[in-house]
Design a protein around this ligand. Structure first.
Ligand code: 2HG
Ligand code: ZN
Length: 476
């Protein structure tokens, strides 16, 4: 487990002032103050240590959020927005206490327009519910992070969430046309547009998407939808080793084939898939899950092309025969995060991205790190995007310095391959100290200046994204 340092919390007097201002503004029924109730809002799905807030606001409207922001600003305590709480980088952990604004109760799908292909939603809508509602109208909202049954659209926007289908369809940012947000002083602001085109002014909407709750709190989003792509066909390509599967990914990209998902599973994760009842040839040491969509004939043609590309190295290529087989495979894939957590006492899950032709090089690097440090590394994820979840697993707490060394080495390798530290989980607190490995100081300073424009006192989701300490030289 990676612990963040402890940050100074508001004094007891400040916390009391915040609680009474909140209760006066919102009424006591919308403000949780007991330590037990606050504990439920302390953590997320990352490895970051949970920290209980001093109060929680159960928001049911934009006006509630505006009132909460004004009260917390007046008391000068941190404000931490929270939607589904399924984040993977500590983004909604109230590391310095203060007030959590819980938006899960704002779960209205306000509009779905077939004519305009847009949906207007509140931030607490669970992603799977949005998928179902949109698909019932013959449309499609592609972002599909694996937590889709528990994550909410407000958090997806904050983290610019993605998922397997991002390879063909892109990330959440590509589908946000406009936002309604509340600023730190309680101002309600509309950004963006409802039309498919529009270049008026700066693209503030894009800036807010992926800002990890550090600039404003989303109260409504206008989302772009696309027509339902139609049929879907899912394939499993099995390989004798993980490098061969990595080479197949590059070959697919080079061949211009465009499945909607290219997911890679290495040997360690294949066992977890087998354990969930998916039959996988014992000779296989790696797998690619490939999924195509479109008109049925088009699916057939794409699948054939993928088969040809994979045939160079694959042991076998299988097509899911029915919906049940397909669902079982995806369920096993979606369960890899908890399954890998159960493989060791401690786990760190990373979210690095490399240029797709460097996937074999990244995999080799993980093997080299494993050999050097003894920290087990298993890898799976969205190989079509070069976005791999490298998981570090270990059982002995005394190995923590080796974990630190492994991480440094991994991140440095990724940056030297011209990759990036996070493809979809965000920086949060988990990667904040590593930001300087990837971004030049001037860029970090520019972002800090932007943060100060939105939040001069630094109250909104503090200690996220920006490094807390100068990174020491890589441990050798
Ligand atoms: C996934 O792709 C998620 O399964 C979670 O992004 C990744 O926890 C993880 O390693
Ligand atoms: Zn993922």
């Amino acid at each position: 487990m990676r612990l963040h340092p402890s940050f100074p919390r508001p004094s007891a007097a400040m916390a009391d002032k915040a609680r009474s201002l909140l209760e006066r503004a919102l009424g006591p029924s919308k403000v949780l103050t007991s330590p037990e109730a606050c504990l439920a809002y302390a953590g997320d799905e990352s490895d970051q240590e949970p920290v209980a807030p001093d109060a929680v606001v159960l928001a049911s409207s934009a006006e509630d959020i505006a009132k909460a922001m004004r009260a917390a600003s007046e008391a000068e305590v941190p404000i931490v927005p929270r939607a589904g709480g399924s984040g993977k980088s500590g983004g909604c952990v109230p590391v310095a206490g203060g007030v959590v604004i819980a938006t899960l109760g704002m779960n209205g799908i306000l509009e779905i327009s077939r004519e305009e292909q847009v949906a207007v939603v509140q931030p607490g809508v669970i992603l799977a519910d949005l998928h179902a509602a949109v698909e019932a109208e013959g449309m499609f909202f592609p972002p599909d992070p694996n937590s889709l049954k528990m994550c909410a659209i407000g958090g997806n926007i904050a983290e610019n969430a993605a998922g397997p289908r991002a390879f063909k369809y892109g990330s959440t940012r590509d589908y946000v046309l406009g936002l309604e947000v509340v600023l730190i002083d309680g101002t309600r602001l509309r950004t963006g547009k409802r039309t498919v085109k529009g270049v008026t002014g700066y693209d503030v909407t894009s800036l807010l998407v992926g800002s990890e709750g550090t600039l404003a709190v989303t109260t409504e989003a206008t989302l772009r939808l696309i027509p339902n792509p139609g049929a879907v066909m899912t394939l499993m390509a099995l390989f004798p080793d993980v490098y061969a599967s990595g080479r197949a990914v590059s070959a697919m990209i080079a061949a211009g084939v465009r499945p909607r998902c290219i997911e890679l599973l290495d040997e360690g994760t294949l066992d977890a898939v087998r354990a969930r009842g998916v039959a996988v040839d014992a000779r296989a040491r790696a797998m690619l899950i490939l999924e195509v969509d479109g008109a049925p004939a088009d699916c057939e043609a794409q699948a054939e092309r993928l088969g040809e590309v994979c045939a160079v190295d694959a042991i076998d290529i299988l097509v899911a025969q029915d919906a049940a087989q397909r669902d079982r495979l995806w369920e096993a894939r979606r369960q890899l995060s908890p399954a890998t957590r159960a493989m060791a006492r401690y786990k760190l899950s990373e979210d690095v991205v490399v240029p797709r032709d460097r996937i074999p090089a990244l995999l080799e690097e993980t093997r080299a790190i494993e050999a050097e440090t003894g920290i087990r590394m298993i890898t799976y994820g969205h190989a079509g995007d070069g976005n791999l979840h490298v998981n570090l697993l270990w059982n002995d707490a005394a190995m923590a310095p080796l974990v630190e060394r492994s991480l440094h080495r991994l991140f440095r390798a990724v940056v030297s391959m011209r990759g990036t530290l996070t493809g979809e989980h965000g920086v949060g607190t988990s990667k904040a100290d590593f930001l300087g490995l990837e971004q030049q100081p001037e860029l970090i300073e520019l972002q800090k200046q932007i943060k100060r424009v939105f939040d001069p006192k630094g109250l909104l989701n503090p200690h996220k994204i920006f490094p807390r300490r100068q990174l020491e030289a890589a441990p050798s």
